[in-house]
Write a protein that binds this ligand. Structure first.
Ligand code: S3P
Length: 747
């Protein structure tokens, strides 16, 4: 157990001197002074008006013109002068006896300042701590100084190996006292990052405005310049002298990013010249996604603010309600993943409709974009994939981040084991705990080279350029992900790959491969294919996901007086365990309008409420309802009598340990629920309300939302953000049909 030591408020330090009373120096002085961290804050500036204003506005206790008068006897000296003036100030400081004073600065290019310090002092003094606050405003001067300027902004300190640890800790503490989020980086890395994220965009903005302004027709150009021009060039209004200093000071790093940028710009020019629409689409779709991603990061303020990722999203489910109406839940997650994978490897274009725009399927989509596939959309469930052929994927620029999605990681590991390049697959905290040896071990038998993290968990490092050989595999667990992973590897393997499953699991991979013209046979529980064929792109219509529909099948069954129709639901026989189990419990479900769409059977399902009874769930149905158990446990809690589930230990290694998460939550609601190693025993009865934890598992969160229909008091469900992985509009649809669940303000 860790204990928190009591740290008394340290006594104030003696004197802080801030040299350069502009926006940054002024705000630093004012903020520190307001905190009372020093007995005295002294400002230095060449401009008498700034010195006078600084005192009048409470930025400093007093101001001096002369450096020696201000600095001798100081504890901390902050240099906030323009970068190119730093060396001059440092050379004056070098002539003074500064005792143990800590010197720090705010310059935006660190290499140049460190070099100046070396020239002046012979070596960087141990008590000099280079720093850079990433904050500013279009306003300048001491009159714009604000105590809050650095709050929730990053401050990067770039200590050297020789920097005094106590001096570094002191500067770190001062910035934190101003509410800044302090990070440490080495000098070169800082300069390279800033060259790319700040200096290059400023250079381009200045450049484009100047380039257009000096043309003869400039008047017209500016007269018709619309929002795009204005947005892109806003930063060309920045302080020219300051930026002139920055480019001279960070010359080398800027040149490096500028050269890379010129290379990419030339490639884009060549694409325009050659009329290469696919190349243009590739750049634009990738950029758009990256920009949206960046916006999301910004919305959570991650760039300027640490912490908030652990925000708890709470669902508040009020008791009672009756369901009615017709709804179509989002597209099938399993089929959406596979449409991207096979569409990418196909020849020609694949048009997908009904695609699930949830985070899991989007993680797969992004992974293929990262491997060079041009993918348009998704827009209203439509995705256009410009297939690259079986051997057309390219090495991604970095690890493929798959978020919460086990399906992405397991299926991709098979597919990537056969590519010419190396890959690394990573995921979020939940995915990082899930077992991957179930795919890594048999794939290695086929000749794949895969390294896992500890205990066979992610990340997975997959070595490319391996020759795979087909094999037969008897799967120890019934898992469609394992089967699919091996079949995808088998597409590239020499000879035949066959997989026998202990019980039937979802067969979307086999069906879709056939739909793309790839021969796959199924005999009993064995699926078989031979490597070396091709895939032909086409149209895929993704049915509504029965796993998402399941929440409403149970909801309408348990809420008295309900009648609901779920439209266009996929009823592939390897997925309909939930219907069978509910019918065994006495549910009133009718399949209407049965049809086949793109190789998958589909129906509208009508549900009317009915009294349910507890049952012993047949083990043969477990793999066919594997994702639906959380909500089936809610049905069991509302049924009369006892429901017993066995043979379902797989539930313990899903997005959470679903047996434990559900047993714990049901107990909170007053239900008798006993977890067993491979299942659960639930006694139906009355349900109260309370606080339950979804453990970040989307299906647990939605299951307890459904439970509220029969609860006698509100249920608050914690950690619900991951509902977006499979059912992004759950709350909206749930509300529309009569559930009383909403998202509570974030804590
Ligand atoms: C899936 C298979 C199942 C299921 C998962 C999706 C798939 O996992 O739980 O949500 O798309 O192949 P297992 O193969 O681990 O049972």
């Amino acid at each position: 157990m860790s204990t928190v030591a009591y740290v008394p408020n340290p006594a104030p330090l003696g004197r802080l001197v801030v040299i350069g009373l502009g926006l940054i120096g002024g705000s630093f002085a004012k903020g520190i002074r307001a905190q009372g961290l020093f007995r005295e804050v002294v400002g230095v500036d060449l401009d008498p008006a700034s010195r006078q204003l600084a005192v009048e506005q409470g930025v400093a206790d007093r101001c001096e013109e002369d450096l020696a008068t201000a600095c001798v006897g100081a504890d901390v000296i902050q240099l906030a002068v323009p970068i190119l003036a730093m060396e001059r100030v440092l050379s004056v400081l070098a002539t003074l006896d500064l005792g143990n004073a800590v010197i720090t600065d705010v310059g935006s290019a660190k290499g140049a300042i460190v070099a100046a310090a070396v020239r002046v002092f012979g070596a960087v003094p141990a008590r000099f701590v280079p720093g850079h606050p990433i904050a500013g405003s279009e306003k300048s001067g001491v009159e714009a100084a604000r105590i809050e300027l650095f709050r929730r902004h990053k401050v990067i300190l770039t200590p050297l190996a020789t920097t005094d640890v106590a001096a570094l800790a002191l500067v770190d503490r001062l910035w934190r006292a101003l509410g800044a989020d302090v990070e440490h980086m080495d000098v070169e890395h800082h300069d390279q990052v800033l060259a790319a994220t700040s200096h290059l965009p400023h250079l381009l903005a200045f450049n484009i405005v100047d380039s257009l302004a000096k043309r003869d027709e400039n008047l017209d150009i500016f007269r018709y310049a619309a929002g795009g021009f204005r947005d892109f060039t806003r930063i060309a209004g920045s302080d020219p002298t300051m930026w002139h200093d920055i480019f001279l000071a960070n010359r080398e790093a800027v040149l490096r990013v500028l050269d890379t940028y010129r290379y990419d710009l030339d490639a884009l020019r060549a694409a325009v010249d050659a009329g290469d629409g696919r190349e243009l689409l590739g750049v634009f779709t990738r950029a758009r996604v990256a920009r949206e991603h960046f916006d999301k990061i910004l919305a959570r303020r991650a760039y300027v603010d640490t912490m908030h990722s652990e925000n708890d999203m709470i669902f508040n489910a009020q008791p009672g309600g009756t369901l009615s109406g017709r709804v179509r839940v989002p597209g099938d997650k399993s089929i959406s993943h596979r449409s991207i994978m096979l569409g990418s490897l196909a020849e020609g274009t694949t048009e997908v409709s009904g695609f699930l725009e949830g985070e899991d399927a989007l993680a797969t989509l992004q992974a293929f974009r990262d491997m060079g596939v041009v993918i348009e959309g998704p827009l209203h469930g439509r995705v256009t994939i410009h297939g690259v052929g079986m051997n057309g994927l390219k090495a991604p620029p970095g690890p493929l981040y798959l978020g919460n999605s086990g399906t992405s990681m397991r299926l991709l590991s098979g597919l990537l084991a056969a590519q010419a390049f190396d890959t690394e697959l990573t995921g979020d905290a939940s995915l990082s705990k899930r077992p991957m040896n179930r795919v890594a071990v048999p794939l290695r038998e086929m000749g794949a080279v895969i390294e896992t993290g500890a205990d066979g968990r992610p990340p997975l490092k997959i070595k490319g350029a391996q020759r795979l050989k087909g094999m037969h595999y008897d799967m120890p667990v019934a898992s469609a992900q394992v089967k699919s992973s091996l079949l995808l590897a088998g597409l590239y393997a020499d000879g035949q790959t066959s997989v026998t499953e202990p019980a039937p699991t979802r067969d979307h991979t086999e069906r879709m491969l056939r739909g793309f013209g790839y021969p796959v046979t199924t005999e009993g529980n064995t699926a078989r294919l031979t490597g070396g064929h091709h895939l032909k792109g086409g149209a895929i219509e993704v049915p509504a996901d029965i796993s998402s529909a399941a929440f409403f099948l149970v909801a309408a069954s348990i809420a008295e007086g309900s009648e609901l129709v779920l439209e266009h639901v996929g009823i592939n026989p390897t997925r309909t365990g939930v219907i069978d189990i509910l019918q065994l419990m006495g549910a009133d479900l009718t399949l209407q309008n049965q049809r086949e769409v793109g190789g998958e059977p589909v129906a509208d399902i009508r549900v009317r409420s009915a009294p349910l009874k507890g049952i012993d769930i047949p083990e043969a149905l477990v793999p066919l309802a594997i994702d639906e158990f959380p909500v089936l446990f809610v049905a069991a809690a509302c049924a009369q009598g006892r429901t017993v589930l066995t043979g379902a230990e797989e539930l313990r290694v899903k997005e959470s340990d679903r047996i434990q998460s559900m047993a714990d939550g049901l107990k909170v609601l007053g239900v008798h629920a006993e977890a067993t190693p491979d299942g659960i025993v639930i006694e139906g009865g009355k349900m109260g309300g309370g606080e339950v934890d979804s453990h970040g598992d989307h299906r647990i969160a939605m299951a307890f939302s459904v439970a509220s229909l029969r609860a006698s008091a509100p249920i608050r469900i914690h950690d619900c953000a991951n509902v977006a992985t499979s059912f992004p509009n759950f709350l909206e649809l749930a509300k529309r049909v009569g559930l009383r669940v909403s998202h509570e303000a974030v804590s």
